[in-house]
Design a protein around this ligand. Sequence first.
Ligand code: SAM
Length: 184
Amino acid sequence: MHPADKYGRVFVLRIGHRPQRDKRVTTHVALAARAFGANGFILGDTCDPSIMESIRRVVELWGGPFHSECGVNSVRYASKWREEGGEVIHLTMYGLPVEELIDEIRSSSREKLIVVGAEKTPRDFYEIASYNVAIGNQPHSEVSALAVFLDRLFRGEWARIQFKGAKLKIQPSPREKKIVSLRE
Ligand code: SAM
């Protein structure tokens, strides 16, 4: 069972992407979103074809389903998400500790939009958010914050996801790289 079937669907909105600087980290946000059980990734306010192509290739090889889109207006997207009954969870070092909020967040089956920033997040998101959640109150990264949040949300159950349509699968091994080809 996919954790989203049990805990509700989750999407990740990446805001503040700077095309010259953030390609790698934004790609990693998307890959962490997929690997740790989110249903999709949205790149706000810009489109970066190389990032979208990297996500597409990972889904093609390692399976899905995993939604991806780009170029939405982030403030409007997050506001509409709430208006339509979803929850917006903004990850920020200035928020309340994840330990205090996670049971309440998990107990709701509403669709969740997790917002992660880049350099400085506009004030709007602190207001739009249903929850401003801190993964500790030290600065680190959008990738680490997202991974820890999803792990807590899904109680580690992301580890049992069976990605559909995968062409490749890793066979865990103590020392070797073992990759199994699943279809033509
Ligand atoms: N001082 C910046 C700010 O405005 O929050 C930190 C930016 S940090 C490089 C990029 C993103 O990582 C933040 O927007 C936030 O989503 C996430 N992040 C970093 N540290 C975090 C923490 N301790 N808790 C939650 N999210 C964090």
